[in-house]
Design a protein around this ligand. Sequence first.
Ligand code: ZN
Length: 466
Amino acid sequence: MDIKILIFIFTIIVTIVSASVGKSYDGYMLYKIVPKDDSEVKILEEIQVKNLGEFWDDAFKVNQETKVMVSPENRQEFLRHLDVGKIESKIVINDIQRAINDQLKPDISRSNQSYLSYSWTEYHNLEAIYSWLDELEENHPLVAKTVVMGKSVQNRDIKGIIINHRPGRPNPLFGVLEGTLHAREWISAATVTWVIKEFLTSNNTEIRALAENFEWHIFPVVNPDGYAYTFSHNRMWRKNRSPENVKTCPQGVDDDMSHGVDLNRNFDFEWMTIGASADSCNNQYAGPLAFSEPETRAISNYVKTLNEKGEIIFYIAFHSYTQLIIIPYSHVVSLDDALLSGNYPDMYEVAIRGADALEKRYGTHYRVGLSATVMYPMSGASFDWVKAAVNVPLTYLIELRDLGEFGFLLPPGQIIPTALETVDALVEMGQSASRLGYYELQYSGANSVVFSSLMILLGVLIALLK
Ligand SMILES: [Zn+2]
């Protein structure tokens, strides 16, 4: 075939793919700014209030890097504001739409890494994730069971999977993993699905031990409406899709912005006290009241009920980006107040050891600490509520890769490295928690390989008999 025809067909395919994503980010640029003093922070706040750009970070402070996405229409006015304050900036991504299109292309440099219908060389939509969970249940009937924790605003299931290698064990210990509370943070769903695959299929004794010592409740996408919306309409969507608080937003922002509540500001702990907004046009809108959203109510009810059936030891919420392991509580700003959570030193030790283990594989550095010290203070977050209301001993929020080179638009080639190093961290965190006395290691993984092989065999037999 003529090369020109091939290029023509390819261009049509790319156009169709990008058109299906809805809102176009053609010509949008991503700028990096590090405000040097309070006056520069003030100008950034002015830029935000005037909606001359959309900030990728939830808040900004002196000497902390922030990213802002600017449309071609607003560019001149945005740069004028920077000029007035003599603020330095650097372009990180010069065409957001191209980065969005690139993120949708599978990584062909890597050999195909897949399990059943799912792979980690590309990002998958909600339907693909949910049907894969069904497949897992079919293929591991004695160990894996799908579960729906509740419904979203638009009546989608919030679906996850329970992995229990030791059915019928007395006094079960639980681990809960929460993925993609923020819609656009696609690496969260990709990483959490990898963890599921590892817990079901890995032959590594350390991973198996972690998988078997807990009954795992894992939800790759707890904001299904928002996640679906990032595929169908707006790649950069963060909140859920609640229509309750829709209003006319200030000039320059399309009114769709007032749809939705930031689910990680809507939990009933220190709700609306710091780092949250009462304005539905804002990306950190905390909702009209705590637990106003069906998604946050579903998560909290599920966690409470689960803890009554045994004991939740770990609760980890996966977000992106900035490479952090965050320890509760997020509204406190001093280390003295950090002790309010009861076991800050232990949580810190488990996290720092996890971060060290993570770094060994590729040198990826994660910082560890309170949200206020490593990022910014916030309130109404899920993991803080889990710590305060359910008293789960080890709760974390992990901000995955990267440091902002691609941010939310992390290329698919980084899914597997991110997933591998994250599992390294989880394994070490599990072992550290046991050393600190949070649970007793009952299964070593090694002894149980035979047992689990028998379980798989039994599962196959049952499937055949059906
Ligand atoms: Zn997030």
